[in-house]
Design a protein around this ligand. Structure first.
Ligand SMILES: Cc1cc2nc3c(=O)[nH]c(=O)nc-3n(C[C@H](O)[C@H](O)[C@H](O)COP(=O)(O)OP(=O)(O)OC[C@H]3O[C@@H](n4cnc5c(N)ncnc54)[C@H](O)[C@@H]3O)c2cc1C
Ligand SMILES: Cc1cc2nc3c(=O)[nH]c(=O)nc-3n(C[C@H](O)[C@H](O)[C@H](O)COP(=O)(O)O)c2cc1C
Length: 782
């Protein structure tokens, strides 16, 4: 077999090593345009998990790599004169040059031919090769040559960055967030061998311009960085090696394989440097390719197996990198945070590290985070314990005069079980049990302001006395038997009205017994949905009055809070999104105009709703569709509602149009809450695939939301909050009838938690840093 590998970076060399081991008879050649020891960059990082992989696949190169590596366990965050260190991270650093030289040595030893100073510009010269590996890096000539086939998407990120080195020793992966007269600069730094550290500097485009970095040569910009970070560099110089400022390209390729050619490493996909995964991804690609080649009967099948098997893992890493880079791009959002909360945000930015996880590794750090959170709550007038504070989830919150005992919320969820809009026994049990279960705040399902405002025939309403009496019964039960507050969500289905019950076909039009629908514009939801009537001014006045009427009935029923539903493509949302609003009057066109009617309805309700009671608005912070609402629009929308007197923005997303492409995942909507809260400076509630109390605490402690709503988890577990309270040892109100149950779970939780922590600590393999420390520790005197 003949294998040609274009590019002698980590991907190409490691693929050569693994394939040659697998097929000693194969003729494998690596073509590299540079000289053997001619390399850019300084250090590379690997996690312990990646090193485990290397150990498994090629022990000799693994041993050489680990002999050359610097280990560290801590991450240190420097911000506004403070430094917070968190241990247990298990990372290693190595010189990129050393890594490449030892991979070259190993490849040669196995019989791979390495041809340096050989620039390949045409794959035709490999016509007799069985496999051509395109490992030619981020600017891959071959990916671009076959651009129509590979279909790469290049997302050039807005921040500027430059890679430098220093002789400054470091004992931790170090983040320095530095305020300057021009704006914030960030250094990501780590040691990779004795006396050498990597320094990646990053800043936003405006700060870059203001700092006059545009047009400076390498040395001049190193001098400028040296001045900014001089206090930390401690007299050590910054070193350059092709250290030009650039914008990071996030690259994703639609296809990785063409005939017998396959993309590997940066050529196929990149991952932002802030999660230190570029070289890791490149070498793990080589592992995946070698695995596929070992098992498949033909090269063709192997390449398909490689692409299908590897794509999800690469996309997951890229997603984590995306989330992380967005955090760094918007670091100014958090600039006025308490430093410990800021450091918590840095640690948890990419979702892998959480509150509970940090509690195990760095309990002192988390205690400080809890204290800072409690201090903020105290600042709002609550007499909370500052010395041994409860976890953020169990800290109270005040909106106007309404106080909620904890931050867990039952998200609004239609039960499709009302008769002619009247909530019945099912609703009483549903809301009642969730209130007793401990949630601080309960939202009703979307309660419709008129018969024709309903989504389905099973939707609850609040437009007549019977419905009002039914809601009063539920509200009274909640107030009498729990400390939960209850918020009425009012909405109008718009063009998504007159549809079937969820279990009969979500959003599908009713075949019989439907009613006329209205919307901002006459656009059906599905092609076969009813075409809604475009609202005229008279219809707008009528519907506004319906909202006000229902709000007044809500007050009469005793609700503590009121939410206006402006999300998910329903009537008011249909005005806000440009995808559903094509009006040419003053309610269409720019966002300011599209917001006009929803704001009008909100203001009319606000005027009717008691001044001491809070109001929220639910928005879709993105339509997940081209040309639709984006996170930046959501900030404008939130500000507009804020000015109109909203107390909380309930940040949901999507459901506006059928062809949306949401990116689901754990806590997938939380970044929008983060953006709205910390840019528009309004209180927010986040929601969406948040399934554990650990996630709730992580979100709150990082300042990404003020309340956290859980929908589906509450459908199966009314006592979600009660159980979390037991786990975290936070006291919680419980009706006297259930006290023995509460006492038992609180008692058992102490033991369960201890067992869990012991198990986690025992089960955690030692990091290489710990193993090395143990191996070099002098034996204790007998
Ligand atoms: C300026 C810079 C500095 C970096 N520094 C670091 C760092 O310090 N730490 C870190 O972890 N990551 C660093 N990275 C990222 C890291 O290099 C990559 O994520 C990783 O090296 C990807 O490995 P690869 O083998 O896919 O690509 P590369 O390492 O880029 O290797 C591709 C190789 O192909 C060769 N090549 C390209 N075209 C041809 C051709 N037509 N013919 C022959 N040869 C060709 C190139 O010369 C190169 O050696 C840096 C990236 C850049 C751009
Ligand atoms: C059965 C069901 C009904 C829902 N009904 C409503 C509703 O009436 N109003 C609303 O704003 N959102 C509604 N939603 C959306 C939820 O409030 C929530 O935003 C969504 O389920 C994501 O949160 P989760 O991942 O915690 O379930 C509903 C969700 C479900 C599962």
């Amino acid at each position: 077999m003949k294998i040609a590998i274009i590019g002698g970076g980590p991907a190409g060399l490691y693929a050569a090593i693994l394939l040659k081991k697998q097929r000693p008879q194969a003729e494998i050649t690596v073509y590299e345009r540079n000289r053997a020891d001619d390399t850019f960059g300084f250090g590379v990082v690997f996690s312990d998990a990646t090193l485990d992989n290397f150990e498994k696949y090629d022990p000799p190169s693994y041993r050489r790599i680990t002999q050359e590596f610097a280990y560290w366990d801590d991450i240190a965050v420097h911000f506004r004169g403070s430094v917070h260190r968190v241990g247990g991270n298990g990372f290693c650093g190595c010189s990129r040059r050393t890594l490449l030289l030892l991979l070259q040595e190993r490849a040669r030893e196995l019989g791979v031919t390495l041809l340096f100073e050989t620039d390949i510009d045409d794959e035709a010269r490999f016509a007799d090769a069985d496999l051509i590996v395109l490992a030619d890096g981020i600017n891959s000539r071959f990916r671009d040559k076959h651009i129509d086939h590979f279909q790469p998407q290049v997302d050039l990120r807005s921040n500027k960055f430059a890679w430098m080195g220093s002789t400054r020793p470091l004992d931790a992966f170090t983040f320095i967030f530095q305020e300057t007269e021009w704006g914030p600069f960030i250094a990501h730094a780590y040691q990779y061998e004795a006396g050498r550290s990597t320094w990646i500097f990053e800043t936003d485009a405006e700060t870059f311009r203001r700092a006059g970095l545009e047009g400076l040569n390498e040395q001049q910009s190193a001098d400028r960085m040296g001045k900014i970070f001089g206090w930390f560099l401690d007299g050590h110089p910054l070193l350059t090696n092709r250290s030009m400022w650039r914008n990071f390209p996030m690259i994703r390729s639609q296809r990785w394989v063409k005939d017998n050619m396959v993309l590997l490493g940066d050529a196929k996909a990149t991952a932002h440097f802030s999660i230190g995964s570029g070289t890791k991804l490149a070498m793990e690609d080589a592992i995946a390719l070698a695995d596929a080649m070992a098992q498949a009967p033909t090269v063709d099948v192997a390449l398909q197996t490689y692409e299908h098997g590897r794509r999800e893992e690469v996309e997951k890493t890229q997603h984590a990198a995306d989330v992380s880079l967005v955090w760094f791009e918007h670091v100014d959002r958090f600039w006025d945070f308490d430093p410990v909360q800021f450091a918590f945000g840095v640690m948890t930015r990419a979702k892998a590290i959480t509150y509970d996880n940090l509690t195990l590794r760095a309990p002192e750090f988390v205690r400080e985070v809890d204290k800072a959170f409690a201090k903020q709550v105290r600042g709002k007038g609550f007499n909370v314990d500052l010395e041994t504070p409860v976890a953020p989830m169990f800290q109270p919150l005040k909106l106007r005069e309404m106080e909620v005992a904890n931050r867990a919320v039952v998200s609004p969820m239609c039960m499709y079980s009302a008769k002619e809009g009247v909530a019945g026994d099912f609703h009483l049990v549903h809301y009642g049990s969730r209130a007793i279960g401990g949630a601080g705040l309960i939202f009703t399902e979307m309660t419709c302001v008129g018969r024709d405002a309903r989504i389905t025939p099973g939707c609850a309403g609040l437009w007549n006395d019977e419905q009002q009496a039914a809601w009063t019964r539920i509200v009274d039960f909640v107030h009498a038997n729990s400390s939960a507050k209850i918020c009425l969500q009012l909405g109008h289905a718009g063009r998504k009205g007159a549809t079937k019950l969820m279990w009969d076909g979500m959003d599908r039009p009713l075949e019989q017994g439907g009613w006329d629908t209205i919307s901002a514009s006459p656009l059906p939801y599905f092609p076969d949905s009813q075409v809604p009537r475009e609202m005229d001014r008279a219809a707008m006045d009528r519907v506004k009055q319906e909202f006000v009427g229902s709000a007044l009935r809500g007050e009469a029923s005793g609700f503590d809070m009121l939410e206006l539903h402006c999300a998910h493509g329903y009537l008011l949302a249909s005005f806000i999104s440009p995808l559903t609003n094509q009006r040419t009057d003053v309610y269409g066109g720019p966002l300011e105009n599209r917001l006009r009617y929803p704001l009008e309805v909100f203001s009319a309700m606000r005027a009717a709703w008691p001044a001491h009671k809070p109001m929220s608005v639910r928005i879709s912070a993105t339509d997940w569709a081209a040309g639709g609402i984006t996170g930046d629009d959501a900030v404008v929308i939130a500000r507009a509602f804020g000015e109109a007197g909203v107390d909380l923005v309930d940040v949901s997303t999507g459901q506006t149009v059928r062809d949306a492409q949401p990116i689901y995942g754990r806590m997938f909507q939380t970044p929008f809450s983060d953006q709205v809260r910390n840019e528009a400076r309004v209180a927010t509630m986040c929601v969406g695939n948040i399934t554990s109390a650990d996630q709730v605490n992580t979100i709150l402690a990082a300042g990404r939301a003020d309340l956290v709503a859980l929908g589906r988890p509450h459908l199966v577990d009314p006592s979600f909050t009660m159980r979390a309270a037991a786990w975290y040892g936070a006291d919680i109100v419980c009706p006297p009838q259930y006290l023995p149950g509460k006492e038992q779970i609180f008692r058992n939780s102490v033991r369960d938690r201890q067992d869990f922590e012991d198990l986690k600590i025992k089960g955690k393999p030692k990091t290489r840093a710990e193993l090395k420390a143990e191996a070099t520790k002098p034996l204790a005197a007998e």
